[in-house]
Design a protein around this ligand. Structure first.
Ligand SMILES: Nc1ncnc2c1ncn2[C@@H]1O[C@H](COP(=O)(O)OP(=O)(O)OP(=O)(O)O)[C@@H](O)[C@H]1O
Ligand SMILES: [Mg+2]
Length: 246
């Protein structure tokens, strides 16, 4: 059973169908890719899964439980975290403060004392893991975009998610950053997390992902291993135009 399951999901902006009966799974302990050309519906899928956009039909399940009617906050408490394609940081707070704020909020959810942890220590551990120690005391608004995306990831980790949804987290990273990022994703999966990676950098996707789902114009056109997906005629056609697969 997939930790996160999207079943027959349809979503629309007015008369424009952005997702058309999409079904896909995201496994615990693995990195799953979600790719597709611009406008394919990738961000819309993350919005529907996190409850930021209403669906017209279908079901979203987390660990088997139907969370379709949950609010965004209920989903976060159930263990869903995400990062955004457009950065959503507090620009005037330092990197460390941005991460600590998220840890503090999480701690407020934890009613029983036993479950509470030292938010500051936890924030510092994530900062270290993501290679942000060198910029921890700088305002988040002044660090390069590639780094700022990692700050978003550190914040998302503060809720100790079971499923982590990343919308183009590597945009703005250089090659050395990307290598380190592949290792970070592998480490999160090794901790048992279900990671869903939306990304246009195909080199990164192919290296990082165990399995990949491909959307085109709101329709799921392929699911498989990196090798299977790369060879799939429907995928080649979606990216390169009809006839490209021939
Ligand atoms: N707020 C909106 N209002 C109307 N249409 C929208 C809105 N947001 C997205 N769309 C449309 O929905 C479709 C899916 O968009 P979405 O942002 O999910 O694509 P995407 O796969 O994330 O693309 P990209 O790779 O460019 O980020 C597109 O046709 C887009 O134009
Ligand atoms: Mg998008």
């Amino acid at each position: 059973m997939s930790l996160l399951a999207v079943e027959g999901v349809t979503a629309a902006f007015g008369g424009h169908t952005a997702l058309d009966r999409v079904s896909l799974g995201v496994e615990a302990g693995a990195v799953t890719g979600l790719i597709g050309p611009n406008g394919a519906g990738k961000t819309t899928l993350l919005n529907v899964v996190t409850g930021m956009m209403a669906l017209r039909a279908g079901t979203v399940r987390l660990a088997g439980a139907d969370i379709t009617s949950f609010t965004t906050h209920q989903r976060a408490r159930a263990g869903l975290a995400r990062t955004f394609q457009r950065l959503e940081l507090f620009g005037s707070l330092t990197v460390r403060e941005n991460v600590r704020v998220a840890a503090d909020i999480r701690n407020r959810w934890t009613w029983r004392r036993r479950g509470r942890r030292n938010a500051d220590a936890e924030a510092d551990r994530a900062i270290e893991m993501l290679g942000l120690a060198g910029v921890a005391d700088q305002p988040a608004g002044v660090i390069p975009t590639g780094r700022a995306r990692l700050v978003e990831l550190a914040r998302a980790l503060m809720i100790r998610p079971r499923a982590l949804l990343l919308d183009e987290p590597a945009a703005g990273q250089d090659d050395a950053d990307t290598d380190a990022f592949v290792e970070v994703l592998a480490a999160l999966a090794a901790e048992g997390m279900a990671v869903l990676l939306v990304e246009h950098d195909m080199g990164l996707v192919m290296r990082a992902c165990h399995r990949i789902h491909v959307l085109d114009l709101g329709v799921l056109i392929a699911s498989g291993s990196p090798v299977e997906v790369q060879r799939d005629p429907a995928v080649l056609s979606a990216y390169l135009g009809p006839g490209a697969a021939g």
